[in-house]
Design a protein around this ligand. Structure first.
Ligand SMILES: Cc1cc2nc3c(=O)[nH]c(=O)nc-3n(C[C@H](O)[C@H](O)[C@H](O)COP(=O)(O)OP(=O)(O)OC[C@H]3O[C@@H](n4cnc5c(N)ncnc54)[C@H](O)[C@@H]3O)c2cc1C
Length: 290
């Protein structure tokens, strides 16, 4: 297990933004995760858990306490019988989609372009193109902050739009069991390629971001509301409402977390004035006072 001190979070977020974490741990086993939790608890340090940092805005002052990253070092994927795939929380959606394709299993194509870990997908109930994590989730293996294991079956995981019981209870996802279906390899590959192309056409993938900044409000689209409020391309410091997709705030070069935060507030205020909708951030924020 690696433990770094004063680790710049800008190295670990897709926004490429964020000050230092006091401690940054990368455990490789369940026991090491537990060890980190108990050691942080005994020292009274707060704990934050992350995957691939693709939905995170970390403040310029960084995060106090311990950040535990479940990523490459905790990313085993095993294709089992009956269309099941077991993955450790740090496995990337892309790697799982690839393993499913190789095994001729369909159902995970929707997630192949979501640039996060499967732990993050479970916590957020990640979704795209008519697919949601809850559709394929058989079991979520969790640990509470005292190091106790909990097994939650899919229907009990309280999945809703970008929400789960694991998030509400502050549980750490350590692994998942997915249930997929037998499918035609060519059709699976074609669907993945089609979705990749749609993302490339619509999303500013060439610039650092955390994906859609805001949740989709009931009955509307955040990107459309933002565009209608005249904010496409609106910039504060290095943070910009993407000119390609108004639902994304991008780091257009040297953006600070304060720039992004100010832009989020500005967008919320202008959209509310313009349409009455109060946009709620989808991006998780760490290290801010409010
Ligand atoms: C270009 C781009 C496109 C995107 N497209 C989509 C999309 O189509 N659909 C979609 O839903 N999202 C999308 N996202 C957002 C993001 O990829 C998802 O929210 C993803 O599920 C986050 O996973 P992560 O591992 O990066 O989580 P992180 O960003 O590391 O963490 C996000 C949250 O999950 C928690 N968390 C992460 N892992 C764990 C764990 N193992 N246990 C407990 N808590 C954990 C963190 O504490 C944090 O609150 C996009 C992002 C980008 C940059």
């Amino acid at each position: 297990m690696g433990i770094a001190k004063q680790e710049p979070m800008s190295e670990h977020t897709t926004f490429r933004i964020g000050g230092p974490a006091d401690y940054f741990a990368t455990p490789n086993t369940v026991d090491q995760i537990r060890q980190m939790l108990l050691s942080a608890k005994s020292k009274g340090l707060p704990v934050h858990v992350m995957g691939l940092g693709s939905n995170l805005l970390v403040s310029d002052d960084g995060v106090r306490g311990v950040v535990i990253q479940l990523a490459e070092g905790f990313s085993e994927i095993n294709v089992l019988d009956g269309g099941r795939i077991h993955a450790q929380a740090g496995a990337s959606n892309e790697a799982i989609a690839k393993a499913a394709l190789e095994a001729g299993l369909t159902g995970y194509e929707f997630a192949s372009g979501i640039p996060g870990s499967v732990g993050g997908a479970a916590i957020m109930n990640a979704g795209a193109y008519d697919g949601e994590f809850k559709d394929v989730c058989a079991v979520v293996y969790c640990m509470d902050l005292d190091g106790n294991l909990q097994v939650i079956v899919g229907p009990d995981a309280g999945f809703g739009y970008r929400r789960s019981i694991m998030a509400e209870r502050g549980l750490i996802v350590i692994g998942v069991m997915l249930q997929l279906q037998p499918g035609d390899k060519d059709a699976i590959a074609a669907r993945m390629a089609e979705l990749k192309q749609r993302r490339e056409e619509k999303q500013p993938l060439e610039m650092p971001s955390a994906g859609s900044t805001f949740k989709r409000p009931e009955g509307a689209y955040a990107g459309k509301l933002i565009q209608d409020a005249g904010l496409k391309g609106y910039t504060i410091g290095g943070a910009q409402v993407s000119t390609k997709h108004s639902g994304f705030i991008v780091n257009a070069g040297g953006a600070t977390a304060a720039d992004v935060r100010a832009l989020i507030r500005h967008v919320q205020q202008k959209v509310q004035e313009d349409s009455g909708y109060l946009l709620e951030p989808e991006v998780r924020m760490w290290g801010f006072d409010d």
